[in-house]
Design a protein around this ligand. Structure first.
Ligand code: HEC
Length: 178
């Protein structure tokens, strides 16, 4: 009996001790610590200069205006542009570039109608800038569309602009009627 009581007492002391340490004992916060979301990247040492050019940089407005499109405006380059259009633009500007894509529907103002000659006035360089940094895109598209896809898109947009208008895209028509 004595042993049992002694054992129970020891057990009780151990349990109380455990909880005391858990709630009142030394905390990790007493040490130097970093909590979640408290960390920020250290600043680079003073006087550092970047040596790589930003591969996604978009030409400034002035130089863009006089830039020559390095990709010839051929059928195959426009075909390639069409594929890229499907990657980056179709969701908003619609399959025929009329500003009626499934995502574009929720936009206010609506995505530009690329059949409107005013939307693509100016040089190829200016169009390149407008499609990457123009209202409705900035700065996301400039970070998404890699430079090797950009001029093909310009060629395709010019073709879209020349093409005859199509009936408005109707996403409802895609829902099977049962
Ligand atoms: C997230 C939706 C979205 C995507 C994706 C998008 N656009 Fe747009 N775009 C817009 C909206 C919205 C406008 C019109 C903004 C306005 O009228 O203020 C616009 C306007 C334009 C204009 C006219 C710009 C100007 O300065 O007048 C061009 C050209 C254009 N888009 C081309 C493109 C091309 C090419 C792509 C694909 C590389 C693309 N857009 C992808 C939403 C989008």
């Amino acid at each position: 009996m004595k042993w049992l009581l002694g054992g129970l007492l020891l057990f009780l002391i151990a349990v109380l001790g455990y909880f005391w340490i858990l709630f009142r004992g030394p905390h990790m916060r007493v040490q130097q610590h970093i909590l979640a979301y408290q960390w920020s990247a250290p600043l680079p040492p003073k006087g550092m200069v970047p040596v790589d050019r930003d591969p996604y940089a978009v030409p400034e407005a002035g130089p863009a205006e006089s830039m020559k499109n390095p990709v010839p405006d051929t059928e195959s380059s426009r075909e390639r542009g069409k594929v890229y259009y499907g990657y980056y633009c179709l969701a908003c500007h619609g399959p025929n570039g009329q500003g009626d894509g499934p995502v574009g529907y929720s936009y206010m103002p609506a995505p530009a109608d690329l059949h409107d000659p005013n939307q693509i006035a100016g040089s190829d360089g200016a169009l390149l800038r407008a499609m990457l940094l123009g209202p409705g895109h900035e700065p996301v598209l400039a970070r998404v569309v890699p430079p090797e896809h950009r001029w093909y898109l310009v060629n395709y947009i010019r073709q879209l602009n020349r093409a005859p208008r199509q009936p408005a895209y109707n996403p409802g028509a895609l829902v099977p009627k049962s």
